[in-house]
Design a protein around this ligand. Structure first.
Ligand code: NAD
Ligand code: DAU
Length: 339
């Protein structure tokens, strides 16, 4: 089986590459990644020499390059992780979110139609459902919850989902979509809440909590997300959406205090800062469909996963220090400059 994994130099995509190479050593994985600020080849260092793995630098929105790659490699399965993924950046500069997340998805699906594939899988997000009120803990996102987006990021992801469903209905493209809650774990870029707070706490820098810190996120350990995608692609029904999440709701303040406690740092490092515009209050996934249809259940409870993640950041300081210093962006030149 030949897989095209886009965005594989990012957080979840790289974890998916590791998961798949480990579980299916006979499969071939081609990773297409533009290496934006969020793409980091240092992350993939350990698999670059693996005969089952090929890295290709390129943009999913570059039609010519994508068609050429499909012509050459003829992938059986495409899993699209490539995206601009940070909500705060979408508030400052929405354009690139529309370009990559919507138009890039369109180009990939056109390539799938032209060259033929067994499955196109779109990695989407629970943010397409908007948010839930804090005073209704009985409410959860199901696959039937209406799309109701808040940020340019979530609007671009929802637009891509609609496009994917349209390509299924109009052209019969064999697609599936997964909508996952917040991930955490190794190789998470330190602009996102958990890695940012770990890095700042370790450097005794203030921990910026937006608004009151009461917003709730439903945290999922990244490997549980990877296992769910693998299952959906192999056994999930074509044309379907599957929500992924494991009932691990925490307020941001709870998460930040857990990190400080684990690192033995004082809560006086917490700084309440101006809220994110349009900030979603609560995300919470109902994973009944993926559990009942595919038997998926998360393996890592939050209290275990967060300690594992903190240990990973303690043991892999050079990885995130290179990001903070900007050094990681020279890695491609170092690796490929003279090739
Ligand atoms: P990330 O920002 O860490 O990684 C994105 C990767 O995509 C990077 O390697 C980047 O270089 C690459 N990329 C960006 N634009 C590209 C382009 N035009 N062409 C090719 N590559 C490009 O993101 P992530 O957190 O790993 O998220 C991966 C996917 O999962 C995204 O689609 C995101 O919407 C979705 N998702 C993320 C979460 C989460 O909690 N992080 C939860 C649910 C869904
Ligand atoms: O729910 C899935 C989504 O989760 C994904 O689709 C996105 O790609 C991913 O980035 C994530 O979005 P969030 O906006 O929830 O993640 P972020 O880590 O940016 O923020 C988590 C919460 O923490 C959110 O309520 C905002 C808050 N926050 C974040 C940062 C970076 C802070 O309070 N301070 C911060 O410095």
């Amino acid at each position: 089986m030949k897989w095209l994994v886009t965005g594989g130099a990012g957080f979840i995509g790289s974890n998916f590459v590791f998961y798949m190479l480990d579980k299916y050593p006979e499969d071939q994985i081609i990773c297409l990644d533009k290496l934006t600020y969020a793409g980091n080849l240092e992350t993939l260092e350990g698999v670059m020499e693996n005969p089952g793995f090929t890295f290709v630098k390129g943009d999913i929105a570059d039609r010519e390059a994508v068609y050429a790659l499909f012509e050459k490699e003829r992938p059986d399965i495409v899993v699209n992780f490539a995206a601009e993924s940070h909500v705060d950046r979408s508030v400052v500069d929405p354009g690139i979110f529309l370009q990559t997340n919507i138009l890039g998805t369109g180009v990939l699906m056109d390539a799938c139609r032209k060259y033929g594939i067994q499955r196109y899988h779109q990695v989407s997000t629970d943010e397409v459902y908007g948010d839930l009120p804090l005073d209704r803990p009985d409410l959860f996102f199901t696959e039937e919850t209406p799309i109701h987006t808040s940020s340019p990021y979530s609007a671009s992801k929802a637009s891509a989902d609609l496009l994917v469903q349209a390509y299924h209905r109009t052209f019969g493209l064999p697609v599936s979509i997964s909508r996952c809650s917040n991930n955490y774990g190794p190789y998470h870029f330190p602009e996102k809440l958990i890695p940012l707070m770990i890095a700042n706490a370790l450097n005794d820098k203030p921990l910026p909590v937006y608004g009151t810190g009461e917003n709730v996120r439903d945290w999922l350990y990244v490997t549980d997300h990877c296992a769910a995608i693998d299952l959906i692609v192999r056994k999930g029904r074509v044309g379907e959406v599957y929500n992924i999440g494991g009932h691990n709701e925490r307020t941001n303040l709870q998460v930040v205090k857990t990190i400080l406690k684990a690192l033995d740092k004082p809560e006086s490092l917490i700084r309440f800062v101006t809220d994110r515009p349009g900030h979603d209050m609560r995300y919470a996934i109902d994973p009944t469909k993926i559990h009942e249809e595919l038997g998926w259940l998360p393996e890592t409870p939050f209290d275990e996963g967060i300690q594992k993640t903190i240990r990973w950041y303690l043991n892999n300081k050079p990885w995130w220090e290179h990001i903070i210093s900007g050094d990681y962006q020279n890695y491609y030149e170092k690796m490929y400059g003279n090739r």
